[in-house]
Design a protein around this ligand. Structure first.
Ligand code: PLP
Length: 385
């Protein structure tokens, strides 16, 4: 007789399988074009692959130092200097992590204590709130204002309480495709100083910005730099989401705390990949060319969709394009995404899943980090709906 399943109280009772896995599985089952999950369908750089092979074949296969391979830490500091004009200390202010997801979890776990409140702007990436909850904190969700997904500053000011410890921002924002301007960050800086708050800035789409201001990192702002952790992803930047390598940049005191968690979560990150990335970063063109590369993809997708009944929202960053479908259907966004996958062969993500309250604005998210052929085939199908 099979033993009865052990009794278990879930620590995250409200968390199920993410919509990203659900939609990708459905896309495969129905042979649909998958514009749902956020990853490229084109190959990564063969130079980067050769570099990983080189370091694997030459004995770089044991544990890397906990904070990261020194050569990579130095190259990240060079890159930060190149992008931001500021010198970070490679030894005390940078941590290589197993993807931004680990960086986010380590940082939230390090900073949030029982009873703390954490402000999250919806639509939000789905890993923030569960991490806050697991640390005994409460997430306070504020909705960004359409059409440009801007912060409602009065609402933010009103939401700060004596328990607020931390604000999490995502710039550029997934799924909104919106960005924060220099004025926004200055305003945020005044607010976090006035209320003595910490800040996490998820900047994994830093190299996909199509706005004339370019990417505005919190690391450009002295007060935000002093009380913030900025989190980046090589997976996103170099089209290799499966590699799960990223990094956190923070002042020494915050870095020390997040490294205490990182060392027990993963200890360190894949050595040959770190060595390869260190070499690859020596050529800044590899990241400097990305915004132009992705802007062309966004523009192609928009051009192909021009005669569809979908209505695009502004996209100033990320590789996601939001589309309203009110001219086509009144279905709830999740139903619409499922219907389109099954009946029309294109998978997307309903944006309500990015809202704590499940706010349905009849908007779908399409990932345009795809080959021109994929985008053309998808648009052909979408234009028939
Ligand atoms: C906003 C945001 N943050 C973090 C991540 C995770 O990054 P990584 O794959 O480096 O863990 C993603 C991935 O989709 C994302 O969209």
């Amino acid at each position: 007789m099979t033993p009865a399943p052990v009794k278990l109280e879930s620590k995250l009772p409200n968390v199920g399988t993410t919509i990203f896995a659900v939609m990708s599985t459905m896309a495969a089952e129905h042979n649909a074009i998958n514009l749902s999950q956020g990853y490229p369908d084109f190959p990564i750089s063969s130079q980067l692959i050769d570099l990983v092979e080189h370091y694997m074949s030459n004995g770089h296969n044991q544990y890397a130092p906990m904070a990261g391979e020194p050569v990579l830490l130095r190259q990240i500091a060079n890159k930060l200097n190149d992008c931001l004009g500021y010198n970070f200390d490679a030894k005390t202010e940078i941590t290589v992590v197993a993807g931004a997801t680990e960086g986010l979890f380590a940082t939230i776990t390090a900073l949030v204590q029982k009873g703390d409140e954490v402000i999250i702007f919806d639509p939000a990436y789905d890993s923030y709130a569960p991490a806050v909850q697991l640390s005994g904190g409460t997430s306070v969700h504020l909705e960004l204002k359409l059409p440009n997904f801007t912060i409602d500053w009065e609402q933010l000011e009103a939401a700060v309480s004596s328990r607020t410890k931390l604000i999490i921002i995502n710039n550029p924002n997934n799924p909104a495709g919106s960005i924060l301007t220099a004025e926004d960050l200055q305003r945020l800086s005044d607010l976090v100083v006035r209320h003595d708050l910490l800040l996490i800035s998820d900047e994994v789409y830093e190299h996909m910005v199509y706005h004339p201001q370019g990417h505005q990192s919190i690391l450009k702002f002295p007060e935000l730099r002093a009380r913030g952790v900025a989190i980046f992803s090589f997976g996103k930047t170099f089209h290799a989401t499966g590699w799960k390598v990223g990094y956190c940049v923070a002042p020494e005191n915050l870095t020390r705390e997040l490294q205490k968690i990182h060392q027990f979560l993963t200890y360190s990150v894949n050595t040959p990949v770190q060595m390869a990335l260190a070499d690859y970063l020596k050529e800044p063109v590899h990241y400097q060319s990305l915004s132009t590369f992705f802007q062309k993809k966004r523009d192609l997708f928009l051009r192909l969709m021009k005669h569809s009944r979908f209505e695009p929202l502004p996209c100033n960053g990320t590789y996601f394009q939001l589309m309203k479908y009110h001219a086509i259907s009144e279905l709830a966004d999740t139903e619409m995404a499922i219907w389109m996958t099954k009946e029309h062969g294109v998978a997307s993500i309903p944006t309500s899943v990015f809202y704590n309250k499940g706010t349905d604005q009849k908007i779908l998210r399409f990932c345009f980090a795809k080959s021109s052929e994929t985008l053309t085939q998808a648009a052909e199908k979408l234009c028939k709906i």
